[in-house]
Design a protein around this ligand. Sequence first.
Ligand code: AGP
Length: 629
Amino acid sequence: MDIKVLLLFLAHTFNIEFMCGIVGYIGYRDAYPIVIKGLHRLEYRGYDSAGIALADNGLKVYKKAGKVSDLEGFVKDVKLTGTAGMGHTRWATHGAPSDRNSHPHSSGDRKLTIIHNGIIENYGVLKEALIAKGHTFISDTDTEVLIHLIEDIQNVTGLDLREAVRLALNRVVGAYAIVIMNADEPDELIAARKGSPMVIGVGKGEYFIASDATPIVEYTKNVIYLNDNEIAYVRREDLLIKNIDNTVQTPYIQELELKLEMLEKGGYDHFMMKEIYEQPRSIRDCLRGRIYPTQGLVQLGGIKEYVEKLKNIDRIIIVACGTSWHAGLVGEYLIEEYARVPVEVEYASEFRYRNPIITPKDLVIAISQSGETADTMAAIELAKEKGATIFGICNVVGASIPRLTHAGVYTHAGPEIGVASTKAFTGQVTVLTLIAFYIAQQRGTITQSKFVEYLTELNEIPDLVEQALKSNEQVKVIAERFKDSTNCLFLGRGSSFPVALEGALKLKEISYIHAEGYPAAEMKHGPIALIDAEMPVIFIATKNSSYEKVVSNIQEVKARGGKIIAIVSEGDTEVKEMADYVIEIPLTGETFVPLLATIPLQLLAYHIAVMRGCNVDQPRNLAKSVTVE
Ligand code: AGP
């Protein structure tokens, strides 16, 4: 079965939803250019189909399977006017990608239209009941059921749309961020959220609505992050926010730190490459104001109120998914090594479905670039119920996870648009390093002179990352040689094992080459059987405590004819003798190797994917984050 069909089948069967993007505008300008530009900015969240609705003598709806550019092509000869509108870019769940299943979806009388990010879990029951009452459905989506439910409530009760929406939202189970337009009241957009993100941009005589701030930032810096269970009634000169129980809420307007240039490719061919090259800067930003090398001091304002707690915790549980989980594994090495607190690292999706033993003396650290990953959020809720203290490590400021956790530390990597996480990973590892040192500082597990030494070295990491990026041309040559491989093995020991996992994930997700990461010593317990003359094996073989052991593992692969690519420390001679290709990274202490060794692996995945003609920033079947289980 084609992988895409398989994923769609799984998504449909198990209610797996990936992230969609929604955007809305009401004001005095033409809505279409704002909406379509917004959809381009949000396309990283899903790109199976796109659609728009404009209030222009009634509601005009246009939608198309494919990318936002396909939708643009579809409407290129249409005169699109109207100063209120909305748009959607979709990652298909209920119903395969098609024009018919694209958003917006309309009520039976076509007067109401809706866009939706999330999933209505009880849509099956609601749909049956609506069909029994005479409703007919055009699409296979849960979203169409919601707009029919709203229509039905209006028909039965005679209530206005505001009230009908509120009652309908009280009846649905699941997650949503929605925007609704009404042909009879074209001067109002109704937006609501529960479990899916939504931001409202506040302009003068205009409002913007979006899944994140990226479509908004070029028009206004003032935003309101809608909370769960809030409904916003948005008019040109007026915004009213109510809770789902109908109580009026006072909106909190925040100023965006985001800059427009952060959302552009800045001369690079792909966002991923731009983001790889941003790492010296992003790590520097992450360290800024947090380390004082000469004093041997780490300061983390976001968690400083928990200093006493940190002295007495029994255990740390790290929960995360994907790349963030790999960062968590690096964190385990660092925290146990320096702070001497036992650490467990859990896939958030597994953690939430067992009955984990958690006590109030546990600290749970949730790691998430987007701050919106549903499984990570559910794991946080579970740990909270059991009385644990929860810290978040997130990149997106104001996202759901920073608001769910007791305290936290931002990575400050800036917007990450490429689906493959790069600078977010090194940001997470940097923050985990800081947390390990911070806890060590509170618990007195490192001497002051060692602190000075470590922090001095950490302070140099951005420069060393810059040097590691110089391997780009050499990595390109290796990529050319191995671009047609069908399998690839990544091996490392200690904290380089998670780096191997991350290298394998990068390669598979953007180049579609099957790749596995393994602890180097485990290779003899199975994967060694895979090795033949066609198999590239990538070793992280830097100078550290397990160097000699890794050298033995390299010999084992060599003896079986495998092709060896080794990431080595500058000046290495031993591995150079054995490996087919070596990539040097600057010499650094063992603690900081993951931050450097990751760089050539990101570059390797990038170049192989480009050479294979893959869509690097928007790999098939993926979206930037997974907002429902
Ligand atoms: C990795 O390149 C992916 N983007 C993916 O594994 C990602 O790390 C995972 O979905 C978790 O996302 P989060 O960090 O936003 O929670």
